[in-house]
Write a protein that binds this ligand. Structure first.
Ligand code: TMP
Length: 209
């Protein structure tokens, strides 16, 4: 039987990194075999593409170049890591996936969603996450958290407006597909966030053990 594909999404500083260990703990306690991975990245080559994408640079990066690199990394990641793991019956826990492209390149960079959809058709060929957990936060708070972490990558250097559009796009996706997406308010105290996450995992993955 194919494993489940769980993706974790959210703007900068929304709580993804803090809470991924909680998801791992949930799976481990139930004896579920899983692979933790991330996008852009997850294979040697895709991590090299990640470095290209995240490094701040003087040269202006065209939105289409950025979009194609995201999908180039994703294609490699899907073939090398995600699909083989799912076929072996493992769960795949992925820190960002296709929704990030709609949110950042679609919302943030204002690229046409149909352009993204065309590449999605080519690269994903129908594969979709079974569950997406979206950590939502006002970008004013999220960016402040990201900034105290230190060196800012090429995306984190964007203006507030960019992240407001990213957030809006993410929330739009979650609203349009509530069966797949669960939204967590990342502005709440960490204990509350962890509790909400636990409830979501118990409800949405209840038939899995
Ligand atoms: P992070 O995973 O460490 O948060 O950083 C990855 C950055 O890449 C983040 O700013 C979001 C961005 N990104 C996109 O713009 N589009 C995508 O499709 C993905 C997966 C990530």
């Amino acid at each position: 039987m194919r494993g489940k594909f769980i993706t974790i999404e959210g703007g900068e500083g929304a709580g993804k990194s803090t809470n991924i260990p909680n998801i791992e703990l949930f799976l481990q306690k139930r004896g579920i075999d899983y692979v933790l991975t991330r996008e852009p990245g997850g294979t040697k080559m895709a991590e090299e593409i990640r470095n290209l994408l995240l490094s701040p640079r003087e040269e202006q990066v065209s939105c289409i170049t950025e979009l194609l690199l995201m999908f180039a990394a994703r294609s490699q990641h899907l073939e090398e890591v995600i699909k083989p793991a799912l076929e072996l019956g493992k769960y795949v826990l992925c820190d960002r996936f296709i929704d990030a492209t709609y949110a950042y390149q679609g919302g943030g960079r204002k690229l046409n969603f149909d352009t993204i959809r065309a590449l999605e058709g080519l690269v994903l060929s129908g594969l979709h996450p079974d569950l997406t957990i979206l950590f939502d936060i006002d970008p004013v708070i999220g960016l402040e958290r990201a900034r105290v972490r230190g060196q800012l990558d090429r995306f984190e250097r964007e203006e507030l407006d960019f992240f407001a559009r990213v957030r809006e796009a993410y929330l739009g996706i979650a609203k349009a597909d509530p069966r797949r997406c669960a939204v967590i308010d990342g502005s709440k105290h960490q204990d509350i966030v962890a509790e909400n996450l636990q409830n979501i995992l118990e409800t949405r993955l209840s038939n899995d053990t």
